[in-house]
Write a protein that binds this ligand. Sequence first.
Ligand code: FAD
Length: 397
Amino acid sequence: MQFDVAVVGGGPVGLAFTGSLSGTGLSVALIEPQPEAALAAPAFDGREIALTHRSQDIMRALGAWDRIPEGVPSPLREARVLNGGSPYALRFDTTGRPADELGKLVPNHIIRQTLFEALSARPGRTRLFTGNKAVGLETDVDGARLTLSGGEVLHVKLVIAADSRFSTLRRMAGIEEEKLDFGKSMLVARLRHTEPHHHIATEWFDYGQTVAMLPLNGNVSSVVLTLPPGEIARMKEMDGAAFGAEITRRYHSRLGPMELIGTRHTYPLVAVYARRFAGRRIALLGDAAVGMHPVTAHGFNFGLHGQDILARRIHEALAAGRDFASGHVLRGYEAEHRQATRGLYLATNATALLYTSDQLPARLLRGAALRLGNHLRPVRGAIVSRLMDHHSGSARA
Ligand SMILES: Cc1cc2nc3c(=O)[nH]c(=O)nc-3n(C[C@H](O)[C@H](O)[C@H](O)COP(=O)(O)OP(=O)(O)OC[C@H]3O[C@@H](n4cnc5c(N)ncnc54)[C@H](O)[C@@H]3O)c2cc1C
């Protein structure tokens, strides 16, 4: 079977990129192990994604944003970072900015659902290969040969690896990665509470635990708890009422008594950065290229921006009558996306390592760094600008 592009991975980034190509006239094969019903109605997975203004613009241009049910996006007005037992907070807010929100929180399964709906509604030449994995890859100067677990063989001009931070396709393409295993796990769950959160997100680097509270609409928050894997497994299995009581205690009752109102989900904490984002007739997108530690809430935002960069470069090549999958196009994407992500990737890992270390030198540095952050207005301003930045030139806008 012949296609112009094969997108391997129907996660949020693979779906967004496939949508970005509609209108180009390119034929696209989208390969995803899950059944089509799971793409159309994905199950809740506990992740609440903080979307920057630029990401919202890209979702809008893709026709996905307006499909999000009213009342679901939850405004993020301020973010506070707390350290150990100190009440002192590093604050990120919108003072002096034109908008009154840093971004919006949207559940990951709703992002996936609306991107799939938008893709299905777009006139394009996309064929789904659900229930399929990519199991074999060969590339040469003219194209790639992709073998699927169902037995089909696809001949394409470009392969996209969007198959998660543990990407099989990246390995098959011989692209190595930097990997940082934090040796911890994350548990995410929604809880109802009695006190209002005022739409302020809190990241509390306590000694022995990290607790983030993300404000959802109503008196509901999503807890993101980081602990060693054994403790996380215990928290996931414990009785729901006991879990609510334990989170209340761990969070020092700041939001009053808390009650679990949904399922609990756990994730290993491993950050990944591919040594290359492009090879011969292949490009890496999303977590397959840059798998962020969630603490700075940038993984999907980066994935969305990266796919937009590559789509724009493909649009430009097609408009100029050039090969849309040439080394020039792919290396251009790689350079731009690397520049946009590398600094924050390294800074995020350094922050996560420093603030989860309870050794005395780290404890002293943790407090000092937080105070310094509040006083370094340009640094704080740059972070807020990054969150609030609007997008000027989406591939489809
Ligand atoms: C707890 C948590 C909180 C987060 N919070 C935020 C946040 O606030 N802001 C933010 O920007 N990001 C956040 N992230 C990160 C965000 O969830 C990811 O960056 C995003 O899901 C990456 O999308 P993706 O499509 O690249 O990969 P994935 O979502 O991992 O999807 C990969 C897809 O590929 C498929 N696949 C796997 N193997 C194969 C194969 N061999 N062949 C074909 N398909 C395959 C999978 O089934 C899946 O559908 C968070 C992550 C976690 C864990």
